[in-house]
Design a protein around this ligand. Structure first.
Ligand code: PMP
Length: 476
């Protein structure tokens, strides 16, 4: 693209596997507008789209996506303003809704104990640490939180970053490079792919959760590379399923690869005590090289971490660009995550309640004939509607009935995989869940009467009450 000054349409990129196909695609898609940059300077006109952003194909593509969303006449579902703490409830435009849009899985954001600890930290240390930790930004809270996370997970040590996304980007981007191979699940989060691209390593996705396909790839090409990194997620945030981790660990060992597990949605939610996928599967934490997680979900804060062997953490602390050249985690964020971590260990019943709520939601949704895809008793439950317009409409109709749930539309997922995504939290009540599944099924019947199959019963409402109209406050 640089050489010929054009762009391939996105749809063409995955079809090019050989050099020959690249040549064909250049002829087919750039043939008419090849720009000869070697021509004399005065003979070359820089097209407007290359210096006026609003004319660029990138911006025009975004406008096309907006058109798809607004064609239905329904309001824009993005950037909704929430005027309160978001847990099982939220307030939008002055009205209270039952909420399934936040990954405040354990109710830590807004919890009075967490808020108190955060206030005290801000009073003591201020609102910023005002420097990189390496050079005078270090506060006692940082090491307390790192050691707490390492101990909780069962790793030797941990390092904090200011964002979950930037954790993946900077750590993968920094640890691996040209001559290495990064193999990741095809449904990996954007931060993993960005890190892999940044690294300059060869990047190969394998089909979702398919450890056999991964094994085959590595059997064929492991020897061509110096280091290999396998990246999977604990719980997949769009589908609510998880990998068969022991199988991946066995493959990682056999092929002498590194392995990273992104626990953004599994730390605090999986395993009896919320210790994540190692606890869920009963595997030794030392069998995975990089346990990555975020502070923004179960830990009610903002930031990310890597828990790993002492040597890896030491290396990252002195060399990872997103750590060395970035400010240390703010006192408020460190204190909120530390208080959440302590509370989680003192109150494992939060994890149990979350697991119970997740199971109840999934069971009721399946009974009602909703298509929950691959969801597997995790706090992420999609309801696949089959197209973006139905997802948008369903979300809108549920909002009218007092339920807030985000639609996930094309191009975030394939058009036929458009969905609503329900995030379950420990603070939801069974009544809220029952009433929501029932409302979802009823509204889907209105949109597409054939969707659920005829005569399928709707979930019972407790005592015949509409729990959405009169939600019961859960214990805090
Ligand atoms: N990894 C995964 C799997 C995620 O879903 C997310 C975002 N929710 C991130 C990383 C980035 O984390 P954060 O939002 O805390 O930056």
């Amino acid at each position: 693209e640089e050489a010929f000054g054009g762009r391939f349409p996105d749809s063409v990129l995955p079809t090019m596997e050989t050099c020959g196909e690249v040549v064909e695609a250049i002829e087919e898609h750039m043939g008419g507008k090849l720009k000869d940059r070697s021509a004399k300077p005065h003979a070359y006109e820089v097209p407007e789209e290359d210096y006026r952003f609003e004319k660029s194909p990138e911006y025009q593509r975004l406008q096309e996506t907006f058109k798809l969303t607004t064609a239905s006449g329904l309001p824009n579902p993005f950037f909704t303003v929430h005027e309160s703490i978001t847990n099982d409830r939220t307030v939008i435009g002055g009205r209270e809704y039952v909420n399934f849009c936040s990954y405040n899985y354990l109710g830590m954001s807004g919890d009075p104990t967490v808020v108190r600890a955060t206030r005290e930290a801000v009073a003591k240390y201020g609102t910023s640490v005002s420097a990189s930790r390496l050079v005078s930004g270090e506060k006692p809270l940082h090491r307390q939180l790192e050691q707490g996370i390492a101990e909780f997970i069962g790793a030797e040590d941990a390092i904090l970053f200011v964002g979950g996304h930037s954790t993946n980007e900077t750590v993968i981007g920094h640890l691996f490079g040209a001559g290495d191979l990064i193999v990741h699940d095809a449904l990996s989060h954007n931060s993993i792919m960005q890190g892999a691209i940044l690294s300059g390593a060869r990047r190969r996705p394998f089909p979702h959760n398919d450890w056999r396909a991964l094994d085959k790839i590595l059997s064929e090409i492991r020897h061509e590379y110096r280091r290999v990194l396998i990246v999977v997620e604990g719980v997949y945030s769009m589908d609510g399923d998880y990998p068969d981790l022991p199988q991946f660990v066995e493959i990682k060992k056999r092929h002498k690869a590194y392995m990273m597990v992104d626990e953004a949605h599994s730390i605090g939610t999986m395993g009896l005590h919320g210790r994540g996928m190692s606890e869920h599967f009963g595997i030794k934490p030392s069998e995975v090289d990089l346990w990555m997680g975020t502070l923004s979900k179960s830990f009610g804060s903002c930031g990310g971490y890597i828990a790993a062997k002492r040597e890896i953490i030491e290396y990252l602390k002195y060399t990872a660009p997103g750590f060395v050249y970035s400010v240390g985690l703010s006192p408020a964020n460190a204190a909120a995550a530390l208080a959440s971590l302590q509370l989680l260990q003192e109150e494992p019943e939060r994890v149990a309640r979350l697991a119970e709520n997740s199971r109840l939601f999934l069971r009721l949704a399946k009974d009602a004939g909703l298509n929950t895809g691959m969801s597997n008793n995790t706090p992420v439950v999609p309801v696949i509607t089959g197209n973006s317009e139905h997802a948008l409409r369903l979300s809108h109709q549920l909002r009218e009935r007092g339920v807030n749930v985000q639609p996930i539309l094309y191009p975030a997922v394939e058009e036929r995989a458009a969905r609503l995504r329900f995030f379950i939290t420990s603070t939801h009540t069974a009544e809220q869940i029952r009433a929501t599944v029932r409302a979802t099924a009823e509204e889907l019947d209105r949109i597409d009467p054939s969707y659920r199959g005829a005569d399928r019963p709707l979930p019972e409402l407790v005592d015949g009450q509409n729990a959405l109209a009169d939600p019961v406050m859960p214990p805090r």
